[in-house]
Design a binder for this molecule. Structure first.
Ligand code: SF4
Length: 290
């Protein structure tokens, strides 16, 4: 796997650009908190680390899928569903103990509904395990499974047109029919939004692992409500368009840097607040007086 020497310059990621697009002030607190002089860094970091019930469901579902796939690399024996549930309960209890939740901090809920979190995660896992995709994964030859890349370490740093980007894939399975990339989603189905991520993952597989572009097949897999998956089928000119959008996104974010190479921000006032319903769900709302 290709690695890149450290540079301070900002790197594009789908989530970074989403935050940038939604609210510049939120973007400032998420990525440049240490430059703030109005609030203590500890306070900003505490808010930044707030989690939510849906985020926790997604995060634990990802972790459990990672564990299942790593297990499949060694054994294709059936999954013990009661042990799986116990494992999920333990992970939910640990997360509730270690993390601070938005719902308790801001919405003043007395306590979290642990049972419904466990059920939501278990349902995601059930959809996954009962899917044709899981059966397909489980049919892959045992002697080839060591080549699977499951939650690769790091942040998926790559280069696209010489610019830094982060495109971390959930799972990459090389087969004789090409390399299959999967991105698990526990939120709502939004293929149009996720196409951009899939193109980024494909470029990551090409740039970092040397897979020929023609051999790469990228899928987004939805695990909420019903199992669904969509394969990225590139339209003519779409990669070129992605490159152009990617450069535009990066240039736009860099325009908020005082020093682009060092990735230091302009003054906080340049990062405007918004006035929208989104503020109600924002972890930084106490800093903005919302
Ligand atoms: S509360 Fe609103 S204005 Fe403040 S950072 Fe969040 S989204 Fe932006």
């Amino acid at each position: 796997m290709k690695k890149f020497p450290f540079t301070s310059i900002l790197g594009w990621s789908s989530s970074r650009f989403d935050t940038f697009s939604s609210c510049k002030r939120k973007y400032y607190y998420r990525y440049y908190a240490k430059h703030d002089t109005d609030f203590a860094l500890d306070q900003i970091n505490r808010l930044k680390q707030l989690t939510t019930v849906p985020l926790t469901v997604g995060s634990i579902a990802h972790d459990v899928i990672e564990t299942l796939l790593k297990r499949l690399q060694k054994s294709d024996s059936d999954i013990d569903t009661s042990r799986l549930k116990e494992h999920i309960i333990k992970m939910v209890e640990d997360t509730i103990q270690k993390s601070e939740f938005f719902e308790l901090y801001y919405q003043k809920q007395e306590e979290l509904d642990k049972e419904s979190m466990v059920e939501a995660i278990y349902k995601c896992l059930q959809l996954f395990i009962e899917s044709d995709r899981y059966a397909w994964i489980n049919q892959q030859p045992m002697e080839q499974r060591h080549k699977w890349v499951i939650e690769p370490p790091g942040f998926g740093e790559t280069r696209i047109n010489d610019l830094k980007a982060y495109c971390k894939v959930d799972c990459m399975i090389p087969t004789e029919e090409g390399v299959f990339i999967f991105d698990w989603k526990t939120g709502k189905n939004d293929v149009a939004k996720h196409r951009k991520q899939l193109i980024g993952y494909s470029l990551y597989a090409h740039n970092n692992f040397g897979h020929p572009e023609k051999d790469i097949r990228a899928f987004v897999v939805y695990l909420k409500g019903i199992f669904d998956e969509a394969e990225l089928e590139l339209q003519e000119g779409e990669v070129k368009q992605f490159y152009e959008t990617f450069v535009d996104d990066t240039t736009e974010m860099q325009s908020y840097c005082a020093d682009v190479d060092k990735n230091t921000p302009k003054g906080k006032d340049e990062f405007e607040m918004i006035d929208s319903g989104l503020c109600a769900y924002c972890e930084f709302k106490e800093l903005c007086g919302k």
